[in-house]
Design a protein around this ligand. Structure first.
Ligand SMILES: [Zn+2]
Length: 356
């Protein structure tokens, strides 16, 4: 309703430093806030260094090469949304956000741990057109699915992780074109949470803004939405405030989200609202890239294949390239590296696999 009342002035503080800082300060940030006296919470994430690392690993992989632009945008939006969702729940474990497609993108995954470390990857089976939306990427024949899994760190044997799955279309069969629409639909269907999401990604930044109407009773939790919460859903008075804030949030453009710093975005959108800010998660607590793969792990796996097998591969291909399935990092072993696997392994205590 009041979307038009956003201040149109643009001072140097909004353009100058934001443009400049983008190149010099590259630590990813997460900011959370609530609207004073209203059951509405919000968060903004800007993934910079973490996102650039995800893209670099893929681009440096000689077998896959860089992501096509449309896939890069999809995966960046998923990574940003994954951080927003993980940071809103009280849960010790991994939030795994997946889309399984029937188009050129077979699978895209963003995984965010409770400490906001994250990784992401996508596997492609066909050509991707620039600017392709969700339908041509993932939902060509209507078979695309979105799954959100909460996998506890201390999962007991036999315990199933919580998982919610939705198709990439609404109840009337209209196919979603944007990832934010899928997630808004998911939040409403699976968690009974009114949500506005604005997501965007380019080759430097993956960012997202999420506004959510909190359940009146209890803690909002992906795994614990209750009937009583949805029963209070339409209480008069709550909707008005939420709708106003939601309209303001939805007016944020892709360009603004990608290029402006968080302070400027919040001031532009919500200058008439009473925001209560939490201390931003920066430095050691900020979202960051992490994958469990390493050159040492790959070396150990190669050693376990045995010297004869490795020599065969080197003879055939000249070198050995192993890509990580979870982040795209490629580990290359040339003939000297490969020979060293066994001379160095010989010095270590024998392992059952290395002597085969
Ligand atoms: Zn990895």
């Amino acid at each position: 309703m009041r979307a038009g009342s956003r201040p149109a002035c643009a001072s140097w503080a909004e353009y100058g430093p934001a443009f400049f800082l983008r190149k010099t300060i590259s630590v990813s940030e997460l900011h959370k806030f609530i609207f004073e006296g209203q059951p509405v919470r919000g968060s903004i994430v800007r993934l910079t260094d973490a996102w650039q690392e995800i893209l670099r690993r893929r681009a440096d992989n000689s077998e896959t090469g860089a992501y096509p632009v449309a896939v890069r945008e999809l995966l960046g939006e998923m990574a940003a949304a994954g951080v927003l969702m993980q940071s809103n729940i009280k849960f010790n474990g991994a939030l795994v956000f997946q889309v399984m497609g029937d188009g050129p993108v077979k699978l895209a995954v963003a995984e965010v741990q409770s400490d906001l470390s994250l990784r992401a990857t996508a596997s492609l089976v066909g050509e991707v057109a620039d600017g392709a939306s969700l339908e041509p990427l993932l939902n060509v024949r209507g078979g695309g699915r979105c799954a959100i899994t909460l996998d506890p760190k201390d999962r007991q044997p036999g315990q199933q992780p919580y998982q919610g799955v939705v198709p990439l279309q609404d109840a009337q069969g209209r196919r979603f074109q944007k990832m934010s629409d899928v997630l808004q639909h998911y939040m409403l269907q699976s968690e009974q949470l009114d949500t506005v999401l604005v997501l965007a990604a380019d080759d430097q930044v993956a960012a997202g803004l999420m506004i959510q109407r909190m359940p009146v009773k209890g803690e909002a939790n992906l795994a614990a939405a209750t009937e009583s919460e949805s029963a209070q859903h339409d209480a008069i008075g709550l909707n008005e405030d939420y709708n106003r804030i939601a309209t303001l949030a939805a007016s944020l453009t892709r360009d603004e989200l990608l290029t402006l710093d968080v302070e400027t975005i919040l001031r532009r959108l919500f200058w008439e609202e009473k925001l209560m800010r939490f201390v931003p998660q920066q430095d050691e607590e900020s979202p960051r890239f992490a994958c469990t793969c390493s050159r040492a792990r790959v070396a150990s796996m190669l050693t376990s294949l045995g010297a004869a097998e490795i020599e065969d591969i080197i003879a055939e291909r000249g070198s050995i390239e192993v890509g990580c399935d979870f982040c795209g990092q490629q580990y290359v072993f040339d003939p000297i590296d490969a020979a060293r696997l066994f001379t160095e392994a010989d010095k270590l205590p024998p392992s059952s696999s290395a002597v085969q």
